[in-house]
Design a binder for this molecule. Structure first.
Ligand code: NAP
Length: 254
């Protein structure tokens, strides 16, 4: 069941990492609520971006705008976002969703892998939000949603880099919420548990089985369930909420 928030109609909402998984479900859900969905795509993903743009419009997006940038390339991201704001207007909803994991035990962790994970998941989200922050000051009803992870709260063996990046997002969310609250800019983070996507498909079957056994609701979550929570946080329905870290994990971490 997909929730609908009528105030998201025509709202300009940027979703990073929308080509697949949670980001894609989210972009589609926002499109069906009539939002203007802006999404990034990387070099070589032009065809997917075009396909997604068509799909979002079919679903009811008031507009769908692909922007070409990698979140680790601050200069390209700055150029694309500043041009968009100048030509089209302020973005008032942001979902920092693009993310990667490089899972390995600490003794095998390579410095460049650690750097890649931190640059994508943490630095990318902070820089993107910083680039848009000046335009937020002049806009209304700005809401940022950071996609952290339950692993950022509870830790996980084999996920040092990923957990550190996701825990970092929590500190970023709380600090940003405090800094910008007086300007009515809200910032919340969500911590999904196991959501069925490419990222979780890549996990070892044994790891998946052991997780399932520790999830009280006894199933993995769906991307639509995450999309519903993010829509709520983007809409005015959550107007009195900022700096929150919300778990959506079937009870995995109680
Ligand atoms: P996914 O299916 O692997 O998709 C990741 C998305 O991020 C893709 O669209 C990918 O684009 C994009 N991306 C990766 N690196 C990028 C970069 N440097 N610049 C721009 N875009 C980049 O992942 P997912 O499972 O949907 O996860 C989405 C978010 O939720 C991630 O932040 C993840 O950590 C978080 N999360 C997921 C789960 C879960 O169970 N799935 C649980 C907790 C948290 P390309 O198509 O170009 O690769």
């Amino acid at each position: 069941m997909l929730a609908t928030y009528t105030d998201l109609k025509d709202k300009k909402i940027l979703v990073t990492g929308a080509t697949r998984g949670i980001g894609r479900a989210l972009a589609e859900s926002l499109a069906s609520q009539g939002a203007h969905v802006i999404f990034n795509f990387r070099e070589g993903k032009e065809a997917q971006a075009e396909e997604l743009q068509v799909k979002l419009k079919e679903l009811g997006a008031s507009e769908a705008t692909p922007l070409k940038f990698d979140v680790t390339d601050t200069a390209a991201m700055k150029e694309a976002l500043e041009n968009f704001v100048k030509e089209v207007g302020a973005i008032t909803g942001v979902v920092n969703n693009a993310g990667i994991s490089k899972d390995t035990l600490v003794l095998r962790l390579k410095e460049d892998e650690l750097q890649q994970v931190l640059d994508t998941n943490l630095k990318g989200a902070i820089m993107l939000t910083q680039i848009l922050s000046r335009s937020f000051l002049r806009a209304e009803d700005v809401s940022i949603v950071n996609i952290s992870s339950i692993v950022g709260l509870m830790g996980n063996p084999g996920q040092i880099a990923y957990a550190a990046s996701k825990a970092g997002m929590i500190g970023f969310t709380k600090s940003y919420a405090k800094e910008l609250a007086s300007k009515n800019v809200r910032c919340n983070a969500i911590c999904p548990g196991f959501i069925a996507t490419d990222m979780t498909d890549a996990l070892d079957e044994k790891v998946k089985e052991s997780y399932l056994a520790s999830i009280p609701l006894n199933r993995f979550g769906t991307t639509d369930e995450v999309a519903n929570l993010v829509s709520f946080l983007l809409s005015k329905a959550s107007a009195y909420m900022t700096g929150n870290i919300i778990k959506i994990d079937g009870g995995l971490y109680i």
